[in-house]
Design a protein. Sequence first.
Lengths: 323, 724
Amino acid sequence: MRPFDYVRAETTSDALRADGRIIAGGTNLLDLMKLEVETPERLIDVTRLDLREIEAQENSLRIGALVPNSDLAADERVRRDYPVLSRALLAGASGQLRNKATTGGNLMQRTRCPYFYDTAQPCNKREPGTGCQAREGFNRILAILGTSDKCIATHPSDMAVAMRVLDARIEIESPSGETRLLTLDEFYLLPGDTPERETVLEPGELITAVHLPEPPKGRQAYRKVRDRASYAFALVSVGAAVNVEGGKITDAALAFGGLGPRPWRDAGVEEVLIGETPSAAVFDKAADVLLRDARGFGANDFKIPLTRRVLKAVLSELTGVAQ
Amino acid sequence: MTEQLKMDEVQPRLLDETGQGAITRPMDRPEGALKVSGRATYAAEYKAANMAYGVMVRAAITRGSYTVDEASVKDMEGFLGVWTDHMIRNSAQGTMNTNPVQPGLNIQYFGQPIAVVAAETFEQARHIAHALRIDYTSEEGFEVDPETASQVDESVPVDQGDLDRAMADAAFTVDATYTTKPHNSAPMEPHASLAEWDGERLTLHGSYQMLKYNRNELADSLGMDAANVRILSPYVGGGFGSKLGIAPEAIGAAVAAKALKRPVRCVLARQQVFQMVVRRTETRQRLRLAADADGRLTGVGHDNWQSNLPDEQFAEPVTAATHFLYGGENRRNAQSVARLNRMASGSVRAPGEAVGMLALENAMDELAEATGIDPIELRIRNIPEIHPESGKQYSSRSLAQCLKEGAEAFGWQDRQAPKARREGEWFVGMGVASAARTNILMESKARVTLNPDGTALVETDMTDIGTGTYAILCQIAAEMLGLDPSKVTVMLGDTDLPPASGSGGSWGAASSGSSVFLGAKAIRARLAERLGCAPEALRLQDGVATGGNNRRPLAELMDGPLVEEGHIQPGSKSDEMAQASYGAHFAEVAVNSVTGEVRVRRTLSCMAAGRILNEKTAASQVHGGMVWGIGSALHEGVEHDHRTGHVVNDDLAEYHIPVHLDAPRHDVLFIEERDDHANPVQAKGIGELGISGAGAAVTNAIYNACGVRVRDYPATPDKIFPHL
């Protein structure tokens, strides 16, 4: 671990003024620092900031950035109105980690690509320009969508997948005092030629909250496929909110984990579904659209057919129509 | 005085006569409270005055030579030094007793320990290790793929009768290939050493399984006299084979401490436990079973392919149980060891059976399917009268009883045809597998002291690696000396104490237990003499000696402590009989019809391992074995990069051992048994029996649930869902 300075921010403006890497729960950052994958010169501890509330606003919920994952999962309003989020949170990490991990930190966690973690391996994300060993290496847990020649990393969060389903907005405060709200698609960047840039967050900016809009109509589900029953990252996960009225799908929001460099949502998938009578054929069409550009890299090829199966099962569960 | 016994004759069952009631009962381990309250001090928790911190440096190329550039780090804060002397390439193999390969400034695999750095603090040392510039000269032509290796050591250890003919003539055959991935022991406590020099004398607080060997391995690696080495390992947080032999951090700590004239502590990071100790080899296994119309085996073939570094003597004894578990007169085993530039292969819990029985017991399930005979009946039908290769008699062997009683307790009669039982998305099925693990007696010594106040002390360099050694040695001494176990203190894990068998090969409890038994037996003889009765007539209970119409409290018989050493040696009994522990594993699993995910619902193991010394610690061993079995069946696999050979999934996030949710209820039953040929306490090994075969019960249950036969372990969802 490289020596670093540590600053405790007492107020949000302290945090915004300080030049350094934000730390909250530290459940990912500290591991990365021990390995010297991350070598910040200064840590800004934001855990004393007043960002721990989950506030009901008009038809919406504002989740402070420091709300622990375990608290968020257990919140009565979340469980009642946004069960996809509660379930996604509980599908992630372990009880101990969820107690420590925060809402903002969860959004900022880095990929679990093993080549990224091993500083003896080239990695474009860690050291731009050195190459990607994962593409032709052991890539079982890595991405099939949204990849580039430079990087095939996945975003590991379960929580973010559910937030993507829910059209959450990330509240970001900048040093100039401005606040902006971004969707997760706006927030996360695809790797392209610069896999080291993962979000649009600028130096000095701070995630202060996540806003959940009015709950979606219909039923919600989060389904995660993993290599062991708990404490494993998703091979594939599907978060969904689907409403059926009069025998037709009227609303659908679907997001996927384990597939891409960000929680993956494809409006085309929803377009295929909305207005249709749910059926195995329609579900298949949705999978066709989702997976039309999917590309495996060997060890992760199985994710393509697995995603289709899980998507169809989730749609079947939410619409009550057999696959 | 030393009471010595070479196991050439069957010994009387004295522990059935003593009557104190200490033996066998499920006593809590005496050191348990210390462990759960953090008061048991493990190697990495010792602190010495003026201690410096060492961190190992790994090779970041696969093959070549190197030099370290000390100048690149010498001005860093806290820097004390960097050394490459005496580095060992990997851990010593179990019972090796000499130095492992010391390649000097040559690199033979990616991840090899090549230097140790020391600094004033651990964080500084880790940072310096990371920053240290290594100048490499890479060599081409290394090999990391077992399937294309150019150097392969081949042997045919068994070739009996005509297996090809048996296969051709058989009514039923199985000819299938199974593969297993490499495994890591992943003990909870990483390897750790604190080295302190006093002139030429070295004291090492370490985390090791077999101290008398480890002392010689350490001394030999450092080029010094073993008499000047003392190793202390009173508590070991799991070893599972990875701590059988001296490991790189011990050398690193000792070298740095000598140079600095300061104590140095060196702890492997979790990643380094995955990179530089030993792994279990991957295997490819071809099973050929030939059976007659009644399902009786006429031939058994079990060939295996595995890998190791050049110059390692160890090979995974994949066919260990295949030799004796089932009959069949035509037999053939071939073994190929590919020489690769990958981390060394060595012992990981139940070397041989752990992976060999996955294949054998899976193949037996396939034969049951082919013949239409119930898997339990098929196994019972194939239990041989005599060892099918050596012709020896078996000692105690309750395999049939384990299968039958286990089946009854598990509810095996409710098992249905594949795919017949479905609950929503889940297919549910049951599987069975036999368990077998060769029993071994090793030389072991212990000193037993009985004090006039009715307390006793047991001293030996035996280790307790979480297995319950403290408990069972206490119970044996208490039983023999007629004391409540609370009166007996056990001191372990110090090479200054009488040398024991060490923990490994499932021989620790019976071997070191026999030495304690013998020491206590000698004390009994002296007490009998003082009481004026024959040793056979002596009864010791609750601190009172009875015999020959005399009844006296111990204090009245003794004018001071009685001290005796027990010394057990293996004898002709080891060779005369085929000795093994046996059992049967049962598993009920659910397989998700959408995703192929497997969830174990419940498991049961019915075990027979001679006298059970402590029903609780023995059951815990079997629990742990089943967890390992579940891991090998469903989750665990080290991934080597196909270009460099380095270990890709080198932490516990990506090397998946089972979590609690993967390992639900596990019932353990014991069959009452004594093995008179094994040792004077009539116990057999149980430390590895629990894993032997366990994973096959799980994969056989997968087949029974959903009709998918997984032959490529572990059975991750991608190996199942495409076939549903």
